[in-house]
Design a protein around this ligand. Structure first.
Ligand SMILES: Cc1ncc(COP(=O)(O)O)c(C=O)c1O
Length: 387
C-alpha cells in the first residue's frame, strides 16, 4: 500500500513547519493537483517562486539541456551559465549594480549582504524594520522581526536597531555613528504585505546618502516582476547600494544572489566569502531562461494589470470579516479581523491555494502568468468564503 505522505512527514520530517493538509503532486501553468487528483488554482506559486507558472516549457528545456551537459562544477572553475547570468542581471538590475555573488537561498543572500556591509563600512550595527523578514540563519534572523523566530536563538550576531517601516523619523533616530547600513524590503511580504508611502524609500535613500551608510534592498520576495516592476525599488525610483535576490530567480531551482556596485563589492576580497552550490550551472541556466521568459511574455506588465484586477476584486467583497485588501502587482494581502489560517483552510478546500504570512493576513502570490478568468475565479472563491 502507498504510504500517506502526511503520516510519513509527521513521523520522519523535522516538525518545523505548520502545514496545510494537502500533498501537492504536479502542476501546469497556474493550476496544481494533489495526490488524489483534486485541482487547485495556485495563488501561492511556492511563495513568489514559480513566477512563470508550473512546468513552463522554456524552464523544462533549460533543465534538460543543462543537465545533459553539466549539473555542477564548483566555484574553483568558471562556468558559462554563471558568467552569463551575472551579465544579464547587471543589465536588468537598478543602475550601477554590476557585480553579483551567487548563493542558494534568500537567507544566504542576506548573510552575504551582511558580510559585505561589515567589510565595506567596518561598522557592526545595522538598521532593520518592525515586521521585517530577512530569513532564518543566524545573521539574517537577527534582522527578522518576529520575536517567536528570534528569541529562542539569542544572542544573535549583528547588532540590530529597529525602526518603524514607513516612518523616516524613526530611522533617523535609529542611525548613529556605528550603523553601517539599513536593510529594507521595498514591500514587506512576510510581515503581511505592507506597502510603503510613495516617498518613504526615497527619503530612506536620501538619509543613507546624508549619513554615508549603505541602503540594502531585500528583493527576495518582490523581485523579478512580482510587484509590477522588475524590482520593486524601481516603483519608488530608488537605487539601492546592495540588493538581495532569490525565490523567483531560479523558478524553483534554488538560486540566490547579492548584487552591489563595483566599489562596494571590491571591499570583499578573494576567499572572504563562498559556497559550494552557489551559482551552479543548472540553477544559472534556468535563471537565464526564466528572465528571458519574464521579458518576452510581458510578465511584469501582466503582474501589474492582474494585480490591480485582484485587489479591485477583493475590495468588492462585502464582508464583515475583512479589514482591507492591498497590494502591488501580484503581491496581494487581504487583512482580516480574525484568524487568516481558518480562512486559508476554507479557501484551499474550495480549490484556491493561498497562504497566511501573519495571524490575520491572507496572501495571494500567483504565478505572473495568471489570466483574467483565473483572477475572477480566485475572487469568486474568496467571496463565497468571506461573504
Ligand atoms: C524578503 C525576504 N528575505 C529573505 C527571505 C528568506 O529566503 P529563504 O527562505 O529562501 O531563505 C524571504 C523568504 O520568505 C523573504 O521574503
Amino acid at each position: 500500500m502507498v504510504k500517506n505522505a502526511g503520516e510519513l512527514d509527521s513521523k520522519f520530517v523535522a516538525g518545523t513547519y505548520k502545514r496545510f493538509d494537502v500533498c501537492l503532486d504536479k502542476g501546469s501553468g497556474c493550476v496544481v493537483w494533489d495526490e488524489s487528483g483534486k485541482e487547485y488554482l495556485d495563488c501561492v506559486a511556492g511563495i513568489a517562486v514559480s513566477n512563470l507558472g508550473h512546468a513552463h516549457p522554456k524552464v523544462l528545456s533549460a533543465i534538460r539541456k543543462q543537465s545533459k551537459k553539466l549539473l555542477h562544477c564548483s566555484n574553483w572553475f568558471n562556468s558559462r551559465p554563471q558568467a552569463e547570468l551575472a551579465e544579464v542581471l547587471a543589465k536588468i538590475a537598478p543602475k550601477g549594480l554590476s557585480r553579483t555573488f551567487f548563493a542558494n537561498s534568500g537567507t544566504e543572500a542576506v548573510e552575504g549582504a551582511l558580510k559585505l556591509v561589515r567589510r565595506k563600512t567596518g561598522k557592526k550595527k545595522v538598521v532593520a524594520f518592525e515586521k521585517a523578514f530577512h530569513g532564518r540563519t543566524m545573521g539574517a534572523l537577527s534582522l527578522t522581526w518576529k520575536q517567536k523566530y528570534r528569541e529562542p536563538f539569542e544572542p544573535l550576531e549583528p547588532k540590530v536597531v529597529r525602526a518603524k517601516f514607513n516612518d523616516i523619523s524613526s530611522v533617523r533616530s535609529a542611525v548613529d555613528a556605528d550603523v553601517g547600513a539599513v536593510f529594507v524590503e521595498p514591500i514587506q511580504g512576510e510581515g503581511g504585505v505592507n506597502i510603503p508611502s510613495d516617498s518613504f524609500l526615497r527619503e530612506l535613500r536620501e538619509l543613507c546618502d546624508e549619513k554615508g551608510i549603505l541602503l540594502v534592498c531585500d528583493e527576495v520576495q518582490t523581485g523579478f516582476g512580482r510587484c509590477g516592476a522588475m524590482f520593486a525599488s524601481e516603483l519608488y525610483n530608488v537605487v539601492p547600494d546592495v540588493m538581495c535576490l532569490a525565490k523567483a530567480l531560479g523558478s524553483g531551482i534554488p538560486c540566490g544572489a547579492v548584487m552591489a556596485r563595483e566599489d562596494v563589492f571590491s571591499a570583499l576580497h578573494s576567499g572572504e566569502h563562498g559556497t559550494t552550490f552557489g551559482g551552479n550551472p543548472l540553477a544559472c541556466a534556468v535563471a537565464l531562461a526564466s528572465i528571458k521568459v519574464i521579458k518576452k511574455e510581458g510578465l511584469v506588465e501582466n503582474a501589474r494589470v492582474r494585480g490591480e484586477q485582484l485587489v479591485a476584486g477583493l475590495r468588492s467583497i462585502q464582508s464583515d470579516a475583512i479589514v482591507e485588501a492591498r497590494g502591488k502587482g501580484l503581491l496581494v494581502g487581504l487583512e482580516l479581523k480574525s484568524s487568516a489560517w481558518d480562512y486559508c483552510v476554507k479557501m484551499i478546500n474550495a480549490g484556491l491555494l493561498v497562504t497566511c504570512p501573519t495571524e490575520n493576513v491572507v496572501r495571494f502570490t500567483p504565478p505572473l502568468t495568471i489570466g483574467e478568468q483565473q483572477i475572477n475565479t480566485a475572487v469568486e472563491i474568496a467571496r463565497k468564503i468571506l461573504a
